[in-house]
Ligand binder design. Structure first.
Ligand SMILES: Nc1ncnc2c1ncn2[C@@H]1O[C@H](COP(=O)(O)OP(=O)(O)OP(=O)(O)O)[C@@H](O)[C@H]1O
Length: 308
């Protein structure tokens, strides 16, 4: 079976700015594919190119094994999408929003199908309420119901948890997992939050300034054998000196600002015991994955615009 999404050497050049730079990746059928990057990294531009809303400068996109522009209507009929905020008719009820979307997509779902869709996103009891009365989280879920009413194989979502409260984020997360695991949908979801993607994605792609910096299965990218532990000590200088004389010396990362030790998760208890034996007063011991550190370093770097 061909990949659901196959992108090769995709580039978007704006005057004076390369928003997407020679990006290649594939998304296989089933599962949640997280698309991560800081604000301005090029996620929305890529997603817009996948939906033919932005014309690529170079590169090739295939959806379901077919070249996107040559088979645009056939291919996009199998895609559901919510980009930025969902496009809702605020003076229409939740039910009418979904009904209208089903008519626009040519599916013309009947009442039972529309109610089932609203039920899936937890809005069946609000079917007759106008969209304008909904919270941001409810609007997002209604947007998802509209995107799903034509039963697409692929869902493309641009930052679906932006602006939601923790409950709203958890609701969307649960829904995405259900759609992927129980209904076999393939989902591409963008985010600027690594921790959020860790909870929902099976695979992920990280981009920075339009270029790929990491891609793979989440379990492999966040391999517990490749982590660092950050030690906060009451007296960092003497803690560093004591560690440098101990068996942990080779694990100590250089750099004066933070005490970081590279080790596997299973070695953390031994480190903990030795810190006590060395007489180091520990204020905190925090595991950090190298990918997390790396992601923080690119998201906090000088070129990062202020978070929205
Ligand atoms: N129409 C445009 N003309 C010129 N530059 C643009 C245009 N659209 C986007 N850009 C620029 O391209 C870069 C990538 O933007 P994009 O919206 O794809 O990033 P993003 O990763 O989705 O970030 P965000 O989460 O903030 O939307 C940014 O520097 C942005 O200012």
């Amino acid at each position: 079976m061909p990949p659901v999404i196959s992108v090769s050497h995709l580039t978007k050049q704006y005057p004076g700015l390369r928003a997407v730079d020679d990006l290649s990746f594939t998304v296989e059928e089933g599962g949640v594919y997280g698309f991560l990057g800081q604000n301005g990294a090029g996620k929305s531009t890529t997603i817009r190119m996948l939906l033919t809303l932005v014309q690529p400068t170079a590169g090739r996109i295939e959806l379901f094994g077919k070249e996107l522009y040559a088979h645009r209507h056939e291919v996009l009929a199998q895609v559901g999408t919510v980009i930025e905020r969902p496009d809702l008719y605020k003076y229409l009820t939740a039910y009418d929003n979904v009904r209208l979307m089903s008519e626009l997509s040519g599916v013309r779902a009947d009442r039972a199908r529309i109610m089932k869709q609203l039920e899936q996103v937890g809005l069946a009891d609000r079917a007759t309420s106008k969209a304008k009365t909904f919270s941001q989280g409810m609007k997002q879920r209604l947007g998802l119901a509209c995107a799903l009413i034509h039963n697409p194989r692929l869902l493309i979502l641009d930052e679906p948890t932006n602006g939601l409260d923790p409950q709203g984020i958890a609701d969307v997360r649960r829904l995405l997992r259900h759609l992927s695991r129980e209904e076999g949908k393939t989902i591409l979801v963008s985010s600027h939050l690594l921790a959020e993607m860790e909870l929902v994605a099976d695979s992920m792609l990280i981009i920075d300034r339009g270029r790929k910096v990491a891609e793979g299965r989440v379990q492999e990218l966040l391999n517990p054998d490749d982590m660092r532990v950050e030690l906060t000590a009451a007296d960092p200088a003497s803690a560093r000196a004591a560690l440098a004389r101990s068996t942990w010396a080779t694990r100590l990362e250089p750099g004066a600002d933070r005490l970081l030790l590279r080790l596997a998760r299973t070695e953390v208890p031994a480190l903990n015991r030795d810190l006590v034996a060395l007489g180091i007063d520990v204020l905190a011991l925090q595991p950090r994955h190298s990918l997390e550190d790396y992601f923080l370093s690119i998201t906090q770097s000088a070129h990062a615009p202020a978070a929205r």
